[in-house]
Design a protein around this ligand. Structure first.
Ligand code: SF4
Ligand code: SF4
Length: 433
């Protein structure tokens, strides 16, 4: 079923394995006050205050948890400004003027290997919570909550698959910081008293395979192995990755931890490494800026809070400046579009895709069933779409749209160019009413 999607154009070669450009000193950084998980916030600083890099300056408040906000540079808090957030919403951002001194907050202290070896799972969970580690592959799910499971874990899976077209940020991270990845994995293995970890990558990433196999050869008995998987989308979806890496098939809605598995995105693992080793929050990340709409697609390592507007000139600007552009944050399949380039890199932005806008005229549904064949969770997207059109709430509920992972394959495969995924999103909202 999913094999049908193997024909998705491989646009990763636009950036390929170009080393990441370091752009870590913007004049201003912008930190979101709120996001989709937390709609309120509280600040511990006032305008004019000096802040250190990594200093705790406030918190976002949501119905289920709070997220500490840390400054990602040292400088002065000079007010608020509205910009687009990864969610696609115009949001208030805290504006900090960089003093370019990168004065580190005293809360950041390096732990010795001996100190780290004595940390319990509970202590690591607390460190990860206080340093605001979240799923950096885009999920933004708080990492400390994953750490709180009491289920026995036999295998840790590291998701380095990065299966969406265009994006190569994790690819670069894995090649440029392999020891951070491996040490981060070791800390997680220690926390869960787990003897086995697999680094999952696409099998075509031979450079990553060779790099890690060479390092792991020197670390005999570490229990860490490289696990090449399929070159298709959505190989990085956790259910698909777990099935192919371990043979374990999760039931719908089942948590991986119930089957002895815990999985983390590879960027999250590096975030965990920085938290445990240096008590540091995530203040920098790898991103990809790519797409047919810009001249020189690139990978970057940037400070969280950097404006995309600053990075576009480094990519040679727009290829066809007269043409209207489409901006997608995240991958083209699961990302969110924003109306212009006034976007800020938050912790969970993996990429910005810039495309020349093309008009797609939707045709009527021809009942080809292509969307049904493509759906990795075995839904019937066309039926859900029809139920949304007729506002048949009972039928919508029966068709289980809440199981949709918003992979975008139904829209991608639609012969009539209908944005079927949009209907499924609406159905999810209606089903929850
Ligand atoms: S977006 Fe949802 S309904 Fe459409 S193919 Fe993906 S999982 Fe299925
Ligand atoms: S793929 Fe498009 S045209 Fe085919 S059944 Fe689904 S909605 Fe209709």
């Amino acid at each position: 079923m999913i094999a049908k999607t193997k024909g998705i154009k491989d646009t990763k070669k636009l950036v390929g394995s170009l080393p990441a450009v370091r752009y870590i000193d913007p004049k201003y950084i912008f930190l979101a006050t709120t996001n989709t998980r937390c709609s309120k916030f509280e600040l511990y600083i006032k305008e004019g205050d000096h802040v250190n890099s990594c200093q705790l300056i406030g918190k976002r408040i949501g119905p289920f948890f709070e997220q500490p906000i840390h400054s990602t540079c040292s400088g002065t808090f000079i007010g608020f400004e509205k910009h687009y957030h990864r969610s696609g919403k115009l949001t208030d951002f805290i504006k900090i003027e960089n003093d370019f001194k990168d004065t580190l907050d005293p809360s950041c202290k390096e732990r010795t290997p001996e100190e780290i070896s004595k940390l319990t799972k509970e202590e690591m969970t607390e460190i990860i919570k206080n340093t605001a580690n979240v799923g950096l592959g885009g999920s933004s799910f708080p990492t400390y909550i994953k750490f709180q499971t009491n289920e026995p874990i036999h295998t840790i899976l590291i998701n380095g698959i990065e299966c969406e077209p265009y994006i190569t940020a994790d690819h670069r991270l894995m090649l440029e910081f392999p020891y951070r990845v491996i040490n981060g994995i070791k800390y997680v293995m220690q926390a869960f008293n787990c003897k086995h970890a697999k680094i999952c990558i696409k099998k075509k990433y031979k450079d990553i395979k060779e790099t890690y196999e060479a390092i792991l050869k020197e670390e005999e008995g570490s229990g860490i192995e490289i696990c090449p998987l399929g070159n298709y989308y959505p190989q990085g979806w956790e259910v698909e990755m777990i099935k192919n890496a371990t043979g374990i098939k999760l039931n719908p809605g089942e948590l991986p931890s119930k089957r002895g598995i815990i999985n983390f995105n590879v960027s999250t693992i590096v975030g965990i490494y920085k938290a445990i080793r240096y008590n540091m929050p995530v203040i920098k990340r790898f991103i990809t800026i790519t797409g047919d709409g810009i001249n020189h697609p690139k990978n970057f390592r940037v400070r969280v809070g950097t404006s995309v507007k600053e990075l576009l000139p480094i990519c040679g600007g727009y290829k066809n400046p007269d043409k209207e552009k489409v901006f997608i944050l995240g991958g083209p399949m699961m990302g969110a579009s924003v109306p212009n380039d006034d976007v800020i890199i938050t912790k969970t932005v993996t990429s910005i895709i810039v495309l020349d806008k093309e008009e797609h005229r939707e045709e009527p549904c021809v009942r080809c069933g292509s969307c049904v064949l493509s759906c990795p969770v075995h839904l019937e997207p066309v039926q859900i779409m029809n139920a949304v059109k007729t506002l048949d709430k009972e039928r919508i509920k029966k068709l289980n749209p809440t199981r949709c992972i918003e992979c975008g394959l139904c829209a991608y495969s639609c012969t009539s160019k209908i944005n079927v995924t949009d209907y499924i999103r609406k159905a999810k909202l209606i089903a929850k009413l």
